[in-house]
Design a binder for this molecule. Structure first.
Ligand code: NAP
Length: 427
């Protein structure tokens, strides 16, 4: 057998701990797959005294000291888009070490630059665990779905949001209450902003778009909306219309450029994405003439992410280095975002209004001014002078038209809360 592949690991939390335990458990089987033994020669975290459930062998004092060891591969599992993670990855590549990371925030921000650094030195920079945890979607987009090109990727990429939306639907309880439960159960962070605000999905989507379209990952131009404004009423209406609400990351080719967006969307009930429940993740990739491919699985947790990290390590052990985003990093093109508001779809609209004469005509009038036509409408009950909800599904129109109409409608004294608009996804 070839000489062992030497590995140094920075970060021994959920993912790092999972990697060490899985490597110890799968030692021989992994060596058969890799064609050589995988040997952990150094590890580090912040606190040496923390109980972690495995032996701390070959501890070093700080992440950058890992670069001073004889490791062939540095595994970055610290997290964060800058700070120690960025410093470690840059130094590791500069010093000629392969890198494996699960850090989507780092790569969404610095991916193109780091990929150039890696490729100039013929090094691997692998990140299977950074997108959708255990689902092998990075490899699929980078190496498999390449013949006809991918024209669209849609994903449920954040398990916390999908868990919350699934629970809201099952219990009828509001977002805030379900979030608190999710925090108690460990499905949501103490500070849930990055998850429920859509930022985490945006990081992952930027990487999927880079792999699918050969674009440098780009998040600043992405339209990002989270799920905090979704109400149990929206979920109940969605069901009535034959839809479920999911937080989707969507990247697709359009005649005007690449449309990348993170948004809650109405997904037709009974389609694969609509049926993804709880903390699961899923990705639907449209590979043009080759058809659509659907991937579903666990997007987080120690074992699924360790499975993805170790698959990357085994790839390196076998000599599968290849370009980081599937094409040479210097050929990655700057993403041309679609003009703001140009994307089109049908929309679900909900208005919280005072039940007074003329309110419906006023709303319909403003929608008509912006050429938004209504396919169906529900108004439940009557409560003269009190608040009621009016819900509409529009025909296909642009985000800009609906956005402009809603701005005017929101200014009416009969409308007592900001209107809610949710695009309908055809599949
Ligand atoms: N958790 C998941 O399911 C999941 C899924 C996919 C991707 N990821 C990504 O994987 C990465 C790690 O996530 P995680 O959930 O494993 O995080 P975590 O449980 O918080 O672990 C982070 C680790 O990094 C160590 N660390 C933090 N700052 C450090 C520093 N300055 N120097 C040395 N070590 C430092 C911590 O040390 P101490 O233990 O001593 O505090 C801890 O061991 C992140 O990029 C995350 O986005 C996570």
């Amino acid at each position: 057998m070839n000489k062992p592949l030497k590995i140094a690991i920075a970060g021994l939390g959920t993912v790092g701990g999972g990697v060490i335990k899985a490597m110890q458990a799968g030692d021989n089987a992994l060596a058969d797959r890799a064609g050589r033994r995988l040997e952990i020669v150094a590890m580090c975290a912040r606190d040496k005294n923390k109980k972690r459930g495995f032996d701390l062998k070959n501890w070093v004092g700080d992440p950058r000291a890992l670069v001073g060891t004889d490791a062939d591969v540095i595994v970055e599992l610290i997290g964060g888009e800058d700070g120690p993670a960025l410093a470690l990855v840059q130094e590791a590549l500069t010093a000629g070490r392969h890198v494996v990371t699960a850090n989507k925030a780092l790569l969404a921000r610095h991916g193109a630059k780091l990929a150039i650094l890696a490729e100039e030195k013929n090094l691997a920079l692998k990140f299977e665990a950074a997108v959708a945890g255990g689902i092998p979607i990075v490899k699929a987009l980078r190496e498999s779905l390449i013949t006809y090109g991918v024209v669209a990727v849609r994903g449920i990429l954040n398990g916390t949001c999908n868990y919350i939306l699934t629970q809201m639907e099952a219990t009828g309880r509001p977002f805030g209450d379900v979030l608190q439960d999710a925090q108690k159960l460990g499905y949501a962070e103490a500070d849930p902003t990055l998850d429920v605000g859509g930022g985490d999905t945006a990081h992952k989507l930027a990487l999927l778009a880079g792999l699918a379209f050969g674009t440098a990952p780009e998040i600043d131009s992405m339209a990002v909306q989270g799920i905090a404004h979704i109400t149990p009423e929206d979920i109940a209406f969605a069901r009535e219309f034959g839809y479920r609400i999911k937080l989707l990351g969507i990247a697709k080719k359009t005649p005007y450029g690449i449309d990348q967006r993170v948004q809650p969307a109405m997904v037709s009930a009974g389609t694969p994405l609509a049926d993804v429940n709880g903390a699961f993740n899923a990705v639907m990739a449209d590979a043009d003439a080759a058809g659509s491919f659907f991937f579903e699985g666990r997007g987080a947790g120690d074992a699924p992410t360790a499975s993805a990290v170790i698959a990357d390590i085994v790839d390196i052990a076998r000599g599968n280095i290849g370009p980081v985003f599937g094409i040479p990093a210097r050929s990655l093109i700057s993403l041309t975002p679609t003009p703001s508001g140009s994307a089109s779809s049908a929309f679900y609209l909900r208005f919280q209004v005072l039940d007074v004469p003329g309110v419906l005509a006023e709303i319909a009038g403003h929608l008509a001014e912006w050429r938004v036509s209504i396919e169906s409408m529900i108004q439940r009950g009557r409560a003269p002078g009190e608040a009621v909800s009016i819900v509409m599904i529009t025909h296909e129109t642009t985000h800009a038209s609906v956005g402009n109409a809603l701005k005017t409608i929101a200014a009416s004294d009969k409308v007592i809360a900001p209107p809610c608009m949710i695009p309908m996804e055809a599949r």
